[in-house]
Design a protein around this ligand. Structure first.
Ligand code: RAM
Length: 878
């Protein structure tokens, strides 16, 4: 057996961990059928070499008879701040023989308030020429952003440190440097959280940056989410959090003789102008490369004390790819339009040669073209324009650092000389979550759909799960996140990312128990709408099911209960009609308005059902919520469901909610499923679902024996469909089915993003049904897989893989000449229920061995095999 993928608090070797009782996990791999862990031992020490010295261990669990491999809490001695802990896990296999070992480490951050000596620093506004106060016009016309802070301090070290860490954060977004060299690869740090509640600090290993003698620590801090434009609130200076950026940092150097030196923000730091004249996430960045840091002015030291600082618990934003231009088109008037072939999120990198000083290069961005020119109307107030004024050096590189754009095309004007593809590329940035999924099939359009979903996920997981990355919005909309989250867990390890964002969701809850529409709260202070607020219940449950994260469920549980109680309190007849916030219904549906109370009540039932299930998991009383769930179902049935299985409104989404959330009595299920199918068929195999319904569409059809229809929708390429957008060049998921149509061209620019992940929630079904990876309803963290490879449509094969917390899961199928082949990988310690979609159950074999006799097959019953761990390849008649 191989032990691999060691994690501490759902991250690999985290530096600057804030948890005092972090949880340790590992994954297992083995080709052997039936491989499983029967026991483990964890040992830990402060020095790596001490792991081999039993007397020097800090913690030793001894051999524990246990199959547990995930999220095992640290029960060693209390962790000290700023300390690295090495740990090793040894496992025993199913026969009790040694089964392999692996080791990893984590390092704590500053765990105690009094570890901090740094103070917040900022610009002394008095020292600057006066600026006009904002007028009412500023509310309508975005003004230029504030110039970033250029901060520095010089210090002397009398030796090279043996170890040095920088702990830093900003109210704004920052990049730090030591002796002129950038530190780390974080982008837009510290990311975006509900700043009133907490700001994340980052930890960097800066040992190699420091030298014996004089050193300079510097930082550039721009507005970011703190004081820049956020959402569609155009106030300037923005008053969401603060008026101007601030910085806080503490560098701790440790020397061979055991002494320490701390350099912290506070008195003695200075501030100056720099080449970046303005930088804003939405507006863009303006750089005048002729300008050098000028006169150094003292900073002001703001409130001391740490403020609400927390260690960054999940992966930072990073640049993860560099896409070359696929086409550079000269417009003949000094402008170029560059196509990167992919709608992406990030910024461009431009190389400029032999410019004269003072030449002004302007870069604008757009997702799509109209008549060969950038179409920017849908960006609304986001100027998304970067400007670079050349210094006049032989070679200059322009890459804005404190902004990001959603774009496929860039228009570059003022470029000196001839622009070629070699001089420009697109830097892709997003929260750098480990990519864990792969899906592929025989149909290129479906593969493009999967790629579009993946790009939508990358581009919209930027600090928080956003609705869109390009216009003046980019908010953490709850419904978007909720419907897409199951797909997101397939593609990437989103455990720590969502767990962190859920803190903002929970903090946003009002005193009446209402979650909101967005988190962090910007612009909307109202109560969450049905399917929006419910994310506060649905996502913690998903994290439990997918990752086995009980702590996040515990942490959210009271808030989940309060949400359900909030709805019950205002809707005593259990139909959710009051306090529905800005009830959006089945947002962006196609001519099929689902009654809002039907949708709301269905979600009320779903959230209540989850609360009951979560109570069970946490050992809390569940009966009340189980009874409430049954009562809501009754109310739903009595108010909305006819004896013929019809559901009020008769829309696809009305049926999908009733079926998908299990709200119908047994005798009406088939009838309702028939109504659903009939509606789709009557429209020529077309969908009408919006954001909310679409996430249930294909899964519910499959669950009710109509995978054929789900495939028909998957392959449909007339409007409205996924493939329609692909036929018209989409490389991401559009916000609206009719973002652009042959008949009407662009939808209203007031709301028309070409990179919204919600309608991409079908990705979960591609993995779960087309390729066939799922888990049984009672399984947690893939302990018992449900593998249902499902041939259909035009496909001749499909295959998916997922790196789960227990190990790698794979499932796939192919059909050639009436022969069906099904492959499955089940990680050690897991079992699987595998459905073989054959016409002849007697024909199922591995090599020449009949299914029931195949080693590892625990049980064979008709189309269904129960498997122990291992890798399998079955063949059968198609
Ligand atoms: C739009 C957002 C988001 C949606 C809300 C209701 O502005 O883009 O996708 O959740 O509206």
């Amino acid at each position: 057996m191989i032990v691999y993928g060691l994690q501490t608090e759902q991250r690999t070797e985290p530096l600057g961990l804030g948890d005092r009782r972090p949880r340790l996990s590992w994954a297992l791999d083995s080709e052997r059928r039936g491989a499983a862990q029967s026991g483990y031992r964890i040992i830990a020490a402060e020095r790596e070499e001490d792991l081999d010295e039993p007397a020097r261990l800090l913690w030793d669990t001894g051999r524990r008879e246990s199959t547990d491999t995930i999220l095992i809490p640290w029960l060693g001695p209390a962790l000290r701040s700023a300390t690295r802990y090495h740990w090793r896990v040894e496992v025993w296999d199913e026969s009790g023989a040694p089964g392999g070992s692996a080791q990893s480490w984590f390092e704590t951050g500053l765990l105690h308030t009094d570890d901090w000596t740094a103070a917040w620093i900022g610009r002394d506004a008095q020292a600057l020429p006066p600026v006009d106060p904002p007028t009412d016009d500023d509310l309508d016309t975005p003004g230029p952003a504030e110039a970033p802070l250029n901060l520095r301090t010089a210090f002397h070290l009398s030796a090279r440190p043996v170890r040095a860490r920088l702990y830093a954060t900003a109210r704004g977004v920052y990049e730090a440097a030591l002796n002129g060299t950038r530190i780390g690869d974080h982008e837009l740090a510290p990311g975006w959280t509900e700043y009133h509640q907490r700001i994340q600090y980052q930890t960097y290993d800066v040992t190699a940056h420091l030298r014996d003698g004089d050193n300079v620590l510097s930082a550039v801090v721009a507005d970011g989410w703190w004081s820049g434009y956020v959402g569609f609130d155009a106030r300037r200076p923005a008053r969401h959090y603060g008026d101007a950026p601030q910085f806080l940092a503490q560098l701790v150097a440790e020397f061979a003789d055991g002494s320490r030196q701390v350099i912290a923000t506070g008195d003695g730091w200075t501030e100056s102008d720099g080449p970046i004249r303005s930088a804003d996430l939405m507006m863009g960045q303006f750089v005048d490369a002729r300008r050098h840091p000028g006169e150094q002015r003292p900073v002001v030291v703001l409130d001391s004390g740490p403020g609400p600082l927390v260690a960054e618990p999940d992966a930072p934003i990073r640049v993860t790819a560099d896409l070359p231009a696929v086409e550079v088109r000269a417009k003949g008037d000094g402008r170029y339009i560059v196509d990167f072939g992919q709608n992406l999120v990030g910024r461009i990198r431009l190389i400029i040669r032999h410019a004269r000083p003072g030449q002004r290069i302007v870069v604008r961005h757009a997702e799509v073209l109209a008549d060969g020119e950038l179409y920017t109307e849908n960006l609304r107030r986001a100027a998304a324009t970067d400007t670079y004024v050349t210094a006049g050096a032989e070679t200059e590189v322009f890459e804005p650092r404190f902004t990001f754009h959603g774009f496929r095309y860039a228009e570059i004007s003022g470029y000196p000389g001839k622009l070629t593809g070699a001089d420009v590329s697109a830097r892709v940035l997003h929260s750098d979550l480990p990519w864990t999924g792969r899906f592929e099939c025989s149909d290129p359009v479906v593969n493009q759909l999967h790629a579009n979903i993946g790009w939508g996920q990358r581009g919209n997981f930027v600090a928080v799960p956003t609705d869109c990355p390009q216009r003046d919005e980019r908010l953490g909309w709850l419904a978007d996140a909720q419907v897409f989250a199951p797909t997101a867990t397939r593609n990437a390890d989103v455990s720590a990312f969502f767990a962190r964002w859920l803190r903002d969701v929970v903090d946003g809850q009002n005193t009446d128990g209402a979650f909101r529409d967005v988190a962090p709260i910007i612009a909307f202070d109202r109560e969450g709408a049905p399917a929006w607020g419910d994310a506060g219940v649905i996502i913690p449950w998903l994290l439990w099911r997918t990752y086995g994260d009980r702590r996040v469920l515990e942490r959210c549980f009271d808030a989940m209960v309060r949400w359900v109680e909030h709805i019950r309190r205002h809707n005593p007849d259990l139909l959710w009609q009051h306090r529905t916030g800005n009830s959006y219904g089945d947002w962006l549906q196609v001519d099929a308005e689902t009654p809002r109370d039907v949708l709301a009540t269905a979600y009320f039932a779903r959230s209540t059902e989850i609360v009951a299930a979560a109570a069970d998991v946490l050992g809390k009383p569940a009966a009340e919520y189980r009874a409430l769930h049954a009562a809501i179902k009754d109310a739903f049935r009595n108010a909305y469901v006819g004896d013929d299985g019809s559901v009020k409104g008769g829309t696809q989404t009305a049926y999908l909610l009733a079926l998908g959330f299990g709200l119908l009595p047994g005798d009406l299920v088939d009838k309702a499923a028939a109504h659903l199918a009939a509606d789709i068929e009557a429209r020529g195999d077309r969908l009408t679902t919006g954001f909310v319904g679409v996430s249930l569409l294909c899964p519910v059809l499959s669950e009710h024996g109509r995978t054929d229809l789900a495939y028909a929708l998957l392959h449909q390429d007339e409007y409205p469909s996924w493939a329609y957008s692909i036929r018209h060049g989409a490389t991401t998921i559009w916000e609206r089915w009719d973002g652009w149509t042959e008949q009407h061209g662009f939808q209203s620019a007031a709301m028309n993003s070409f990179n919204h992940y919600s309608l991409g929630s079908v990705g979960d079904w591609l993995y779960g049904r087309v390729a066939g990876i799922d888990q049984t309803p009672d399984s947690v963290a893939h302990r018992e897989l449900l593998l249902r490879p499902t041939p259909g449509g035009r496909l001749t094969w499909a295959h998916a893989e997922q790196e789960t917390v227990r190990g790698r899961v794979a499932c796939g199928w192919s059909i050639h000449d009436d022969r069906l082949t099904v492959t499955a990988t089940v990680p050690p310690g897991c079992t699987a229920v595998l459905h073989i979609p054959t016409t002849d159950v007697g024909s199922v074999r591995e090599n020449d061995v009949p299914a029931a006799e195949v080693p590892g097959v625990l049980d064979a019953d008709g189309h269904t095999l129960r498997l122990t761990s291992g890798r399998y390849t079955f063949t059968a008649s198609a």
